[in-house]
Design a binder for this molecule. Sequence first.
Ligand code: HEM
Length: 395
Amino acid sequence: MVPDLVDPTTYAEHDMADVWRRLRTGEPVHRHPGPKGAPDFWVVTRYADVARILRDDATFTSERGNVLATMLAGGDTGAGRMLAVTDGPRHTELRSLLLRAFSPRALAGVAERVRLLIDRLLAEAVERGECDFARDIASAVPLETICDLLDVPAADRQHVLKLTKTALASDYAAPDAAEDRMARAEILLYFTDLLQARRRRPGEDPISLMATAEVGGRRLSDEDVVLNCYSLIMGGDETSRLAMIGAVRELAGDPGQWRALKDGEATVESAGEEVLRWTTPTMHFGRVALTDTEIAGRRIRAGELVTLWFTSANRDEDAFAEPDRFLLGRSPNKHLALGYGRHFCLGAHLGRVEINAMLAGLRDRVAGIERTGPGRPVYSNFLAGMSSLPVALKG
Ligand code: HEM
């Protein structure tokens, strides 16, 4: 029996590693019923099949939604405008424009400030002794970093951080939908104002790049720029945060791997990749088939929804040796946590900078990590991890 993969509580209440293992070995392409009148969707769980679909964007499109929520609702309102749900030449053009702001060279200043921020947060936490790693440390890093990347003026930071936290909160089983919607509308308004300022005085940040460049022979509309700003916040906030929280949870319970990090037996870079594989913050992404096709012997019809479970692919015994062990020195480690193919994560370098800076900070500033409470899982059918993680960080 496969539990209801649409219900957010499923992931906190089932042994999902076992569910994925059974699907990979027994029914690697599984047909899942759609909830309340929504169409059925395919559940793809093996590494090789997930990678093949991610590579084949001629057969599988992102333009009809790329996560369960939007696919089941019939599509994404940002389709053809927001990078992650745009395909074809428009995607290529918009992506190469944005990549200019995401290259390691362009991000050098942001990366340095991430390291300073993490250093300060860890030093404060060690001083206090106990903290909620999720709330007090990890939640501050990605949003600050994205605000830095987008060059949000210092005076507006607190306001923007508060709005984004409200809009994106997924740590309760029943979030306040009205409050979320209001916050989302306010963020869009805020970025519309910021865009006007950047049109007048462009800088080097992604908003300025989008404000001044042409895509498809035309300037991007205000709405398109703002939508893409919003998607950068969405794409970069909880993902890196959940990876960092997951790293601390694992290190607290695994003295051998903690030692490997402390002693330099595993480099921060390889540890970061294993944290990504192990935590896989985005459990799935999805595509819609454009033509009739076949995956692992199952017939998929044009128009059908296909979900790709990275969380399962990253534990596939055919792709990884000892997949159920958290091994910071793992090599090779070709995980899919950041995707693959044309839509490979635009913020991959930035996400890695944040995770690796956190691992380096823990290695250098913290002598031991101890859990001091049970914490709380995120309730979502898309994101995985903890929204609260009480720990003692010892100096
Ligand atoms: C795409 C995961 C950090 C922005 C993706 C995809 C994955 C992913 C799996 C592929 C989606 C697909 O194939 O449909 C992650 C994880 C992160 C992370 C696990 C952190 C650990 C970031 C950051 C940003 C970002 C920091 C930006 C500030 C994006 C964008 C795309 C994307 C814009 C769409 C790229 C495209 O369609 O060409 N991410 N991401 N991500 N990510 Fe990330």
